[in-house]
Design a protein around this ligand. Structure first.
Ligand SMILES: Cc1ncc(COP(=O)(O)O)c(C=O)c1O
Length: 378
């Protein structure tokens, strides 16, 4: 089996560490190790100071998993499997659940591997596109119509990357009814949960609501700690969790002990960590509201309901791939053209979770106004 090019990660690997002004990041502002260690309680400080650098438990340390389980009302440590970032959770779950006899439904647009790994492991895949004209709504009738006798898995990602769309409570209930009446699994990528303007309590993770849900989350986004490479899957279904663990024996075996302790400290201090990041996002969104009202003839979007990314429509005539290249060459400001997400038209993804976003947005706006002046004159 040959995996297709991961367009998003390939784009980042070419650009992210060269461009000085990232306007497209999908994670919230990070913390220094020193800042996180300062939040340790007596127990976690002693664990950090006496840590030995051997192998760790495959499932993740029991203390870390019980801390994670607090995010999932009704679930316990043994409902959690830690993995290397969210990515390993996607890979191991799809590898365990899908085979060439099975069909999967993927809601798009989404983080690329949710789609391309389903295509790689399942026999067939149906995509259901969110509807921008209706605020990126998921059409549940289309989900129902896509179901086949061999449909095993519905794959969703809310808050959505790249649109920031959310499901409301009724939509979640209806989706679960659809899945349970056909005995299907739901893979719910909730990497952006707990992050966004309304957010500390973004409803209940789907894994708490139906035994055949696998909820995915990670330290990378809301906590801004992507470098730790600690993610997890949560499910009521312990048999399934075991089979995903069997796949993990072939990928990373276990997590970094250092990262596990730092994650434990950050999770115990989550009120402080998330509050800071949600405040940054609220502030940046208010700047974006003014930006879009000043520039409504040039740019528009459906305001994200959660998370820290959104998809912008550009009404500037220049094709977005060219515009994005000229932008980064001239200003160092990096956006991600929609083509990287296989989205047609002149769209680009922005991320507004970082502290320097106001400065980057200002550079972007200045560039756009000069750009338009120059195009008018030439
Ligand atoms: C929705 C979603 N899921 C999973 C991932 C992968 O996350 P990680 O880098 O923590 O593996 C990302 C990264 O951007 C994402 O946006």
């Amino acid at each position: 089996m040959k995996l297709p090019t991961f367009k998003l990660e390939e784009y980042f690997s070419r650009t992210e560490f060269k461009a000085p002004y990232l306007m497209c990041c999908s994670d919230a502002e990070s913390f220094s190790l020193q800042e996180i260690l300062a939040l340790a309680d007596d127990e976690t400080r002693s664990i950090w100071e006496t840590l030995r650098l051997g192998y760790t438990q495959v499932q993740g340390s029991p203390l870390l998993r019980s801390e994670i389980a607090h995010l999932y009302p009704g679930l316990q440590a043994d409902n959690i499997l830690c993995c290397a970032g969210a990515e390993e959770g996607i890979f191991c779950t799809f590898f365990s659940l899908l085979n060439k006899e099975s069909h999967a439904i993927v809601v798009t647009p989404c983080y690329q591997s949710l789609h391309t790994l389903a295509l790689s492991f399942a026999g067939s895949v149906t995509t259901i596109a969110l509807d921008e004209a209706h605020g990126w709504k998921l059409d549940l009738d289309r989900v129902k119509d896509a179901i086949r006798p061999n449909t095993r898995l519905i794959i969703i990602n809310f808050p959505n990357n790249p649109t920031g769309a959310l499901l409301n409570e009724n939509e979640v209930k209806d989706l679960i009814d659809i899945a349970s009446s056909h005995d299907m699994y739901i893979f719910s990528d909730e990497a952006y949960r707990l992050l966004g303007s309304s957010c500390l309590t973004w409803d209940v993770p789907l894994a708490c609501l139906y035994p055949k849900v696998i909820s995915l989350s990670v330290m990378s986004k809301a906590f801004g700690m992507a470098g730790l490479r600690i993610g997890w899957i949560a499910t009521q279904n312990k048999e399934l969790l075991k089979s995903i663990e069997f796949t993990k024996y072939y990928t990373t075996i276990c997590n970094s002990g250092l990262s596990e302790v730092v994650s434990l400290i950050a999770l115990r201090a989550k009120d402080i960590v998330l509050k800071r990041n949600c405040e940054i996002i609220d502030h940046n969104l208010s700047l974006l509201d003014s930006f879009f009202s000043r520039n409504h003839t040039l740019f528009s979007w459906v305001r994200p309901a959660g998370g820290c990314v959104g998809l912008v429509n550009s009404h500037i005539a220049t094709p977005i791939d060219i515009f994005a290249q000229e932008l980064v060459d001239n200003t160092g400001v990096l956006i991600i053209p929609g083509s990287v997400f296989d989205i047609e038209g002149n769209t680009f993804r922005i991320g507004f979770g970082r502290k320097n976003f106001p400065e980057v947005l200002e550079k972007f706006e200045t560039y756009v106004s000069r750009y338009l002046n120059n195009s008018c004159q030439s």
